[in-house]
Design a protein around this ligand. Sequence first.
Ligand code: ZN
Length: 138
Amino acid sequence: MTTEDEYLDSLKRARKNLPAHVFEKSRFQIPKAEVFREGNKTFITDWNRILKVLNRESDADHLAKHLAREFATSSTEDRGRLLLQGKFSRGLINRELESYVKDFVLCEECEKPDTKLVKEGRILIKVCEACGARGAVK
Ligand SMILES: [Zn+2]
């Protein structure tokens, strides 16, 4: 056994001994959108699935408008898909989706996605249903 092997082995052992909850935070995976382009239109074909994973089925408009604004275009929900006017790559859309999830979905305290957006006056508040944290979002 080389020193490197021993080192890797000890890492593996250390990881095994950690309690399960240490890994819990990384369990939530930001969903990757399926994208279909046709002419000058871009569709997110699994829009409904994404809303479900993000717990945003009742707040779909906020995400749709956010994406439209980021891409300086308009968006329409169309039979379970989101239509964006213009040509956008899957990579670009998923980058925007990821930044949206970080800003508007994941709790800043516990990093869980169990949040909802609540309007208080003109301020939008992200409320975490897992830990109770509240914070204004931009
Ligand atoms: Zn939380």
